[in-house]
Design a protein around this ligand. Structure first.
Ligand code: GAL
Length: 756
């Protein structure tokens, strides 16, 4: 590529596409919008999900643009839900089926200098049964619109359209870097060329570089010719891992060797991480070392705007998964997610299970062809992300279909032999056509069995590479506002399944359902169009279960001390707070009731001992009634202290008489970027005297805002479980956003947020 223009601004939108709109210049039914765009803001809950399922129309002027002779101009869409048809000045460019993968149209020579051209896109967001994931019922919403980036990319006459990188011996002291380069030749004749492959540090220092003389046959600018190049013995490299996600920059450039237009340099740049990853019948190995996978599933959706969130919020999700939920893997259930999300996973060291769109239903032959194409589009888009360790090539939880899944597996293995395949199923004894048996094991319903022995699931008499891809979820939906006892059981179920995963070396790991609550169809969830299955709510605010994961971290990195209680005398049935689960990575805790002598507890819960950091479970074994006669008869403050190797590292205090004392308003970012739509989250909480959110404070807060931005969703907020959040969405103009949040009985807060 020699240049890339982001086409995020300057679009016109009409909620309804009508036949012939692509030939009309009448803009009267259009209004200005920018990307990412959702045609309809949906309410938080209880809405008719049919509201966004229509065919809408986008229009944009493409300025006149010359291309170098033999060069190519390509219009690239990263994601349009779910079928996109595009025209330039009324002439059909093409159609793409599938809302989660990119597609391109060649517009070379079509933007000639005489006048600007009109691009029209009809975006069909109806749940068309001919396109995955549709045809059955799905437990998530697919929203609508051009919800990802659009680019105008220019390529030189000899160009590099894509590159697949891998290291066959990444663990060697001086490994090799292999490249499969997909070059195009638009010169009309076979072209001798120079191809240069370079490995650099992220700050641009070249570590290894080599030029290769190649010949690219005259296939035309749309035909990708695979070429091979390799850097041998690149020298010592730092490996990519969750603890230390070392990345390198790789560039591949190409130019003709003759003295003509095709000598223009065309370059492809990407990042790369040296690592090995292998699922075996004895568990998962990263860089040759066993690593238990502890993950959560994630949908790419938010309240009100659905999928149409600027990249900052996607990136924030990675940071939440990494820094708050402390998981080492995310499954992009149930479709390829935004590239910047994966980029951030690379940067932060969060492993990824990426899969094709679909949910339980398999359609007829043409539908399957699209699914196979989705495999190709996903893999060729994402094969250089070191974070991705497995491709999911089945329709999530579908029945066996050997002919179909032989094709998806063959496609994945042909395109990327360096990664194993999985395919998420929920049926026992399903045919293992993939490299890894990836199973949604929902066996745990509160009883003793937390996960099944893999042989009982696979029906095989030997161990195979095996990964649990979902558990919990609908088995125990839990809202952030649910009562303490329910939340406690929610916590225990997540603990038990993770413990069982750690206990069984034949299980590579377990990925819980799910990270965040999400909007869904009326057939699923709590009837309110929300699946309350997350360990965080839809605003990414924690439920107690989030600390099951959050506490599995070395206390050197972060100390976690979270009692699973609201500390009220009468919240649980009969009263009291026992048994009290304390989620922590401390090795000792002390619990102090009012002014009584502290009770020191050193024994962690023995039935959860396989976890890296098992919780404490405190009950009357630890608290003797003789010592604290008053316990339960009257109520006192709690002071919980955590120790690591005898050193006090954390204190958590909860008042006996919680009262609203402060409105906390916290913004995720200190500034937004001008130029395009951007967004950041604001978390609003009502805090007690000690800074804990008041769990049943259903306070109403009001936001007022001035400046180049809007509040996504309503400006009147209902705090659920003592807190809520909203996103501020800027409109691309520079300036200062000023907003104030006020709530009854509390001092309001005013914050300035620059857009630079
Ligand atoms: C699974 C499904 C997920 C979600 C989950 C709820 O069967 O794969 O998408 O619906 O159940 O627990």
């Amino acid at each position: 590529m020699i240049s890339r223009e982001r086409l995020m601004n300057g679009w016109l939108f009409s909620a309804a596409y009508r036949d012939g709109m692509e030939r009309s210049t009448d803009n009267s039914v259009f209004s200005p919008v920018s990307l990412p765009h959702n045609p309809v803001d949906v309410p938080l809950s209880y809405f008719d999900e049919g509201c966004y399922q229509s065919v809408s129309c986008y229009r944009r002027v493409l300025p006149a643009r010359e291309t170098a002779p033999g060069g190519t101009l390509v219009l690239r869409f990263e994601g349009v839900m779910a079928v996109a048809r595009a025209w330039l000045d009324g002439e059909l460019l093409g159609e793409h089926k599938g809302g989660y993968t990119p597609f391109e149209f060649d517009v070379t020579g079509k933007l000639a200098a005489d006048r600007p051209r009109i691009l029209t896109v009809a975006a069909d967001a109806t749940e068309r049964p001919d396109v995955p994931p549709f045809g059955g019922q799905i437990d998530y919403l697919t929203y609508a619109g051009i919800y990802r980036e659009v680019y105008l990319d220019e390529y030189a006459p000899l160009s590099v359209k894509n590159v697949r990188l891998w290291s066959p011996d990444a663990l060697a002291p001086s490994p090799d870097l292999e490249a499969e380069v997909f070059a195009c030749n638009g010169t009309g004749k076979d072209a001798p060329a120079i191809l240069t492959l370079s490995l650099c540090t992220l700050d641009g220092k070249t570590l290894s570089e080599q030029a290769f003389a190649v010949t690219i046959p005259a296939g035309g600018s749309a035909v990708q010719v695979p070429l091979r190049a390799a850097l041998k013995n690149v020298g010592p490299v730092a490996l990519w891992s969750p603890e230390s996600p070392s990345l390198y920059r790789v560039s591949v450039s190409i130019s003709g060797s003759a003295n003509s237009a095709d000598t223009m340099l065309d370059t492809f740049e990407t990042r790369f991480g040296f690592r090995t990853s292998q699922f075996t019948s004895d568990g998962f190995f990263l860089n040759g070392q066993p690593l238990k996978i502890r993950g959560l599933n994630r949908h790419q959706a938010w309240p009100y705007v659905g999928y149409a969130m600027p990249e900052r919020a996607h990136i924030k999700d990675v940071d939440i998964l990494k820094d708050e939920l402390r998981v080492n893997l995310v499954r992009t259930s149930h479709y390829p997610q935004l590239i910047q999300f994966l980029d951030r996973c690379d940067e932060r060291g969060l492993m990824v299970f990426e899969e094709i769109p679909g949910w339980q239903h398999i359609g007829p032959a043409e539908w399957k062809d699209i699914a196979v194409k989705n495999v190709e589009e996903m893999i060729t888009r994402d094969w250089n992300h070191p974070s991705i360790i497995i491709w999911g090539v089945r329709i999530n939880e579908s029945a066996d279909d050997d002919e179909f899944y032989t094709r998806t597996n063959e496609t994945a293995r042909r395109l990327d032999p360096s990664r194993q395949t999985g395919g998420v199923r929920y049926i026992d004894n399903s045919h293992l056509l993939e490299d890894v048996y990836t199973m949604n094991d929902f066996v745990h319903s509160g009883g003793e069995t937390a996960l099944r022995d893999q042989r009982d699931v696979t029906g095989l008499d030997k161990f195979v590479p095996y990964l649990v891809t979902e558990y919990n979820g609908h088995m125990y939906p839990t809202k952030k506002t649910d009562c303490e006892e329910r939340q406690n059981e929610h916590v225990l179920r997540h603990l038990r399944v993770q413990n069982a995963s750690y206990a069984d070396k034949h299980i590579s790991g377990a990925i819980g359902w799910c990270a965040f609550d999400y909007n869904t169809h009326s057939d699923f969830g709590s009837g309110d169009r929300i699946c309350h299955h997350g360990v965080m709510d839809i605003f990414r605010l924690p439920k107690f279960a989030s600390w099951v994961y959050g506490s599995q971290v070395d206390p050197e990195t972060a100390v976690v001390l979270k009692p699973v209680t609201h500390w009220a005398r009468g919240e649980r049935s009969i009263g009291g707070v026992f048994p009290l689960v304390v989620l922590t990575n401390c090795d000792e805790i002390s619990l102090r009731f009012g002014d009584y002598e502290p009770i020191v507890i050193k024994d962690k819960e023995p039935t959860l001992s396989h976890l890296p950091y098992p919780p404490f479970v405190v009950d009357f074994r630890h608290v003797s009634l003789e010592k604290i006669g008053a316990w339960g008869m009257r109520w006192e403050d709690l002071t919980l202290t955590g120790y690591v190797q005898g050193r006090e590292v954390a204190v958590c205090r909860m008042p006996k008489n919680p009262l609203p004392s402060r409105l906390s308003v916290r913004v995720d970012d200190s500034a937004l970027r001008a130029g395009e739509k951007d967004a950041t989250r604001v978390v609003v909480s009502v805090l007690d005297q000690y800074g804990n959110a008041l769990p049943f404070a259903d306070t109403v807060a009001t936001v007022t805002l001035t400046g180049p931005a809007r509040v996504q969703g309503p400006s009147t907020l209902v705090l659920r479980g003592g807190s809520t959040a909203f996103w501020i969405e800027s409109n691309g103009k520079p300036g200062t956003i000023r907003f104030a949040v006020s709530a009854d009985r509390l001092d309001s807060r005013t914050i300035e947020l620059p857009v630079l």
